[in-house]
Write a protein that binds this ligand. Structure first.
Ligand code: PPS
Length: 288
């Protein structure tokens, strides 16, 4: 498959060459955001697709027509991807743009533009597990080693898209300089309706209760798992092999408990405490 084994890099971070090129990364760096743009920022496996769906549904006032007929990568394309410039729509109204890029690459352009930024974070133990399974199914990522080795690499930040710790902390450190909304995957799991309402407030898009009902209904895991516009079953299996793992895999908080040994958990906690000692963000590891 085209560029499947290639690797690109930006700001010292490795990215799959199947999706990125030097030109697409330059285009992303030079991109001029507009004040009306909404930019979803995430480290991979943190709730990107979920937020893309929620925003799509908010802007269609709960109607699922667009959500069920247009693939997420068209209605909320990734800024850094090769196809971005061909799909980004010029015109009035908010454009939903997605990115996994680090803040040092994008914050300066975002600061100039006043675009709204929604940062979705997820507890890194679940991110590591989700990312491990994604490596199994996404053929444009390196074949994952056994889980223990993958986990070590994840903690060292030696995976594609770089260190989870740096991503979260660096974006957090520029949050005051941006029109910035921070939410976690776990917040959305705990109370999806409340999360949708908070997002609406941030977007200054008031909604009727019945519209919020619909957004909630169409963005729940069971519905999204069946929606081919977001579950990646439209992608050929040479690129994403759903026999290895589904993209919409489990959609829960705390799946790491099924994967981590006690020793791995201790090691993880130790690294987490060290790396996050200068950051006040709190994470939810399980839902009781
Ligand atoms: S990616 O590849 O970076 O775009 O992946 P991303 O969308 O950020 O993360 C995929 C994980 O999010 C889960 N997901 C959901 N969980 C709960 N509810 C809803 N609606 C939902 N939509 C996506 C998805 O299942 C992946 O998590 P895991 O733990 O692997 O199941």
């Amino acid at each position: 498959m085209d560029r499947m084994d290639d690797t690109e890099s930006i700001a010292g971070i490795l990215l799959p060459g199947h999706l990125h090129s030097q030109q697409s990364l330059q285009y992303a760096q030079d991109f001029q955001f507009k004040e009306e743009d909404i930019v979803i920022v995430t480290y991979p496996k943190s709730g990107t697709t979920w937020m893309q769906e929620i925003l799509t549904l908010i802007y269609s006032r709960g109607d699922d027509d667009i959500a069920t007929t247009v693939p997420n990568w068209r209605r909320a394309p990734w800024l850094e991807h090769i196809y971005f410039k061909d799909v980004i729509i010029e015109g009035n109204g908010p454009r939903i743009i997605t990115t996994h890029l680090p803040s040092d690459v994008l914050a300066p352009a975002l600061q100039k533009s006043k675009a709204k930024v929604i940062y979705v974070a997820r507890n890194p133990k679940d991110v590591a597990v989700s990312y491990y399974y994604f490596h199994k199914m996404a053929r444009f990522l390196p074949n994952p080693q056994p889980f223990p080795e993958f986990l070590e690499k994840f903690l060292e930040g030696k995976v594609y898209y770089g260190s989870w710790f740096e991503h979260v902390k660096d974006w957090h450190s520029v949050s005051q300089t941006l029109d910035f909304f921070y939410i976690t995957y776990e917040d959305m799991q705990k109370d999806l309706r409340r999360s949708i309402k908070k997002i609406c407030q941030f977007l200054e898009t008031p909604m009727y209760s019945k519209e919020v009902d619909k957004v909630e209904q169409h963005s729940n895991f069971a519905v999204m798992s069946q929606n081919s516009m977001v579950n990646y079953t439209l992608i050929p299996c040479e690129i994403m092999d759903h026999t290895q793992s589904k993209f919409m895999r489990k959609g829960v908080v705390g799946d790491w408990q099924q994967h981590f040994t006690e020793e791995q958990n201790k090691m993880f906690d130790k690294v987490f405490q060290e790396k996050m000692s200068d950051c006040d963000l709190q994470f939810i590891w399980t839902l009781k």
